[in-house]
Design a protein around this ligand. Sequence first.
Ligand code: SF4
Length: 77
Amino acid sequence: MEINSKEFSNKDITVTYDPCICKLSGKCAEELSEVFSNSIIPWVNLENTETKRIIEQVKRCPSGALKYFKNKKLEIS
Ligand code: SF4
């Protein structure tokens, strides 16, 4: 099964974005424009601010299109 999603990583976390469920509200780009953009591709740049701030913003995504996991705790089953 192919999943139409994208992944972006920094040294701490990986953020995944699923365009199929994004509500295109622009909330992420409005609230953290140094990381998220709706006009530039790639539109997630995790190098532009602190990981803690990125996690806070991902948690505010109303649709669940943005998710994250910590790189060190990635488990493969
Ligand atoms: S906050 Fe979530 S739903 Fe809104 S534009 Fe960003 S990814 Fe899409």
